[in-house]
Design a protein around this ligand. Structure first.
Ligand code: NAP
Ligand code: MG
Length: 458
């Protein structure tokens, strides 16, 4: 066992030592989860539902503590962190209704009765990134447990604290030992073992597209089920007929929320050419008013980046080799100086459609604004990406809103707003943004196999 010093990204200082599991410890946890599966799958549906509701209540009672842990560990604003802890509670509550409603079918056939069952898979491995440690853990574990699986969950090395706490809350709520096991450790050790261990029957991965591809390739070896939620380069499309004031006022939140470390960040703003100059005029004061600072202050809009490495990666899109601002920087907001991993909200106006800032997921508070001519041009530019996770359309024309929504190759679109996530609606990506859907009414299907049984009446 080695250990890792968890840092507060707002100060750069250590807050806790966390023990990292090695392969042997991971194997023991997987084997306990496999043993627990045999009893958990047999728990009566109403009892499984009751336990999940008790888990939700325990999260609710601990909400302020969980939120403060996330402010410290991930630099999330306190308002966001409260929403995130509340999202775990809500996802557990939503899927607590599932065990008693997980209906099969009765299909008319000759000579007997044909019925289907949704059988749980077994042990599900959930691999969580550092950008939204609580919600992404909840989206995997809640439907997996509701469907009768047991879960081993690996938080990101940088942000294990809220996941560890969720594991404790599950036990306090009466979820049996081994049903949900949180295993802090390295991706290359614990995460890889989820892929190679034969008792893990499914891997749910959220993170970078590069690691996601490796996981998919590794899972192919055992035809292991996989759900992938990967990167994004989402377009915020603003038509000249939109409420431009409202579109500009909302654009910073659509990309700089969570310091841009959001797979749904609207990191490309496409503006119809006739409104382009006016939009930039309106955007500048909105960006400058975006409050970057102590994430524990109620009035803060944006905290620090997660790490020094992330800050350096983001800076490479904004500064040249000598540390001078790049020519494409239109304007920037403010950020604190000092110990934390701070970066100011930054607006770029690249000319070349192939520019890195238009093609790569920056995962920081950097947005690129580009003009377009007409509806077809907007859809073409929006789709000029390997990714397809989310996006927004701002227009006052309902027909156009629907046409463009159908034209954009992305899984989660919003019209005249920037919203991607509701626990009751499906979430996931087109193209290299992922595979499969989380949340919503159908997520249980991703954690079960359909079994068909024919009973002869002859
Ligand atoms: P990452 O390497 O993909 O990490 C995501 C999760 O996968 C972490 O828990 C990580 O563990 C684990 N992991 C890493 N290598 C693994 C492997 N070989 N097998 C199994 N699991 C493995 O992402 P990152 O390095 O933290 O971030 C890099 C970039 O990815 C970001 O800048 C961003 O562009 C993108 N990203 C996207 C999302 C998203 O929501 N779509 C989330 C995070 C990052 P460790 O923490 O121990 O390495
Ligand atoms: Mg990595």
């Amino acid at each position: 066992m080695s250990s890792f010093t968890v840092l507060n990204p707002a100060t750069g200082r250590g807050i806790r030592e966390v023990q990292l599991a090695d392969v042997a410890a991971t194997d023991r946890a997987i084997e306990r989860a496999a043993a627990a599966f045999e009893t958990w799958r047999a728990v009566a549906p109403a009892d499984r539902a009751r336990l999940l509701r008790r888990f939700a209540a325990a999260v609710d009672a601990d909400l302020e503590n969980l939120a403060k842990l996330e402010v410290q560990n991930a630099g999330h604003t306190i308002g966001n962190a409260r929403w995130e802890a509340g999202n775990v509670r809500d996802v557990l509550t939503y899927y607590a209704a599932a065990p008693e409603r997980h209906l099969g079918q009765q299909i008319p056939v000759a000579g007997g009765v044909d019925i289907t069952f949704h059988e749980p898979l077994g042990v599900v491995g959930v691999i969580v990134p550092w950008n939204f440690p609580m919600p992404i853990a909840g989206w995997g574990l809640a439907p997996a447990l509701a469907a009768g699986n047991t879960v081993v969950l690996k938080p990101a090395e940088l942000t294990p604290l809220t996941a560890i706490r969720l594991g404790e809350l599950a036990l306090e709520a009466g979820i049996p030992e081994g049903v949900l096991t949180v295993i802090p450790g390295k991706g290359s050790v614990v995460g890889e073992r989820f892929v190679t261990h034969p008792a893990v029957r499914k891997v749910v991965f959220t993170g970078s597209t590069g690691v996601g591809k490796r996981i998919m390739a590794g899972c192919a070896e055992q035809v292991k089920r996989v759900t992938l939620e990967l990167g994004g380069k989402s377009a915020n499309i603003v038509f000249a007929d939109a409420d431009l004031e409202k579109a500009a006022a909302n654009a910073p939140g659509g990309v700089f929320d969570n310091a841009g470390q959001d797979c749904c960040a609207r990191s490309r703003i496409l503006v119809q050419r006739s409104a382009y100059d006016r939009f930039l005029e309106l955007l500048e004061p909105a960006v400058k008013a975006f409050r970057v600072g102590d994430p524990g202050d109620e009035g803060t809009d944006m905290g620090p980046l997660i790490s020094a490495a992330q800050r350096d990666a983001v800076a490479s899109y904004v500064y040249d080799g000598e540390g001078r601002l790049g020519a494409e920087v239109a304007f920037q907001g403010e950020a604190p100086e000092g110990g934390g991993f701070w970066f100011p909200p930054t607006v770029l106006t690249p000319r070349d459609p192939g520019a890195r800032a238009l093609q790569e997921e920056i995962f920081g508070p950097v947005v690129a604004v580009v003009p377009f001519d007409d509806e077809a041009d907007a859809v073409r530019i929006a789709n000029d990406s390997a990714f397809g996770l989310s996006g927004s359309i701002w227009t006052s024309d309902v027909g156009r809103a629907l046409r463009v929504s159908r034209g954009v190759e992305a899984g989660n679109l919003s019209v005249n707003s920037h919203s991607s996530v509701r626990y009751s609606t499906p979430f996931g990506g087109f193209k290299q943004s992922g595979l499969g859907r989380e949340l919503g009414p159908d997520a249980l299907d991703a954690f079960t196999e359909v079994k068909n049984v024919f009973i002869s009446t002859d």
